[in-house]
Design a protein around this ligand. Sequence first.
Ligand code: 4AD
Ligand code: MG
Length: 432
Amino acid sequence: MKELTKVEYILDGKAKGKVKIGGWIENLRSSGGVQFFIIRDGSGTIQATIHKDNVNKETFENSENLTQESSVIIEGKVQEDDRAPDGYEIEIEKLKILQIADEYPLGKKEHGIDFLLSNRHLWLRSPSQRSVLKIRTTIIKSAIDFLDDLGFSRVDTPILTPTCCEDSTTLFETKFPGGKAYLAQSGQLYSEAAIASLGQVYCFGPTFRAEKSHTPKHLAEFWMLEPEMAFYDFEDNIGVQEGLITAIVKNTLRKNKRELKILGRDTKKLEKIKPPFPRISYKEAIELLQENDFDIKYLDDFGAPQERFISKQFEKPIIIHRFPTKIKAFYMEPDPKDPKLTLSNDIIAPEGYGEIIGGSQRISDPKVLKKRIQEFGLKKENYEWYLDLRKYGTVPHSGFGMGLERVVMWICDTGNIRQTIPFPRTMGRMEP
Ligand code: 4AD
Ligand code: MG
């Protein structure tokens, strides 16, 4: 409806005088001859009052029947009021009730996470969840804008795939005419094909992993942004990662002040996020952990407590680089100074939020790649097309994947990844 004014405009001081708003009653109370409502319209929430003395008898009586989450269209005057939650309120003159909502199951008391997840379709309306989703929107747009400004093209890679990109133990298998298919763990191999056509590309879409462990940081379906760049080496790759994360944080701080406040986020910590990010090699990280009594050996992967310890040593995201070949994916370029290592890096978010980025320079020599495919026990026939990319004009190239929900989780400082995506899919849950 064109004639509706967005609450956001009113709160930004851009709409004065008479307005018409469509929304839901998020909260309500009455005091004497006044009813107080918090109205949510999708762009924000605002206090609206209805005074017995200012409206006709029928309108006031109707307003007394309203319940939480009833849907309404109101008309009234915008007033500046220091006592109102955001400095503005609306004095209602006309009230159109679209529906009196049934008794709402959420919000009267504290609920456990299972109850909230079972009611995710309703929980999405709460101030905290709304704020997280608004910030998620900013993060996506900032990331895409950042890459667009650098001249990247978007390449949409397939979700049904015949091969494995990352870890064969976490593949989701599905039927496919004449055999089986796997849900994509990453679009990387296809993006690598596209760089010879478009130079710098990215794919952005859902990726799937049948994670074995239930943790607060793992989803079975998550969104990954994967830039892939021709003629970018290991250092160039890190430069894009630092720029991307910095742009995301800067934009969120600028655009989502209200939401960060609702979430109680300590924004001072985010204001420190500027390049260069500190660096530590995999070997140094293992030594640091061993010196601090962690039971970890060279070639072990970092667990959550180890990642948390490392991240607590720094105020910015940390770059861990040069992982051993044995513990990383097959396609990573060997380090010329020590071929047992790869030109790879992860970025660990500060404040204990764990890995937000994984990337590397890719093997460009066809012989080395062929050998690596064998060593990793992968079926060569499945990777013929990927080997073709090294036969017809191979070039040095690099790329990385940023886990969107991990970044949302860190920036919003939410304890659990399930709150960072509208309808989370974890290994134990697919409802609603
Ligand atoms: O480190 P990963 O496995 O890297 C890749 O998939 C590469 N092919 C990316 C590339 O180079 N194009 O995953 C990348 C990121 C991780 O750093 C993490 O942020 C996120 O994806 N991630 C998950 N997020 C949520 N739930 C899970 N189960 C995740 N697994 C990985
Ligand atoms: Mg990784």
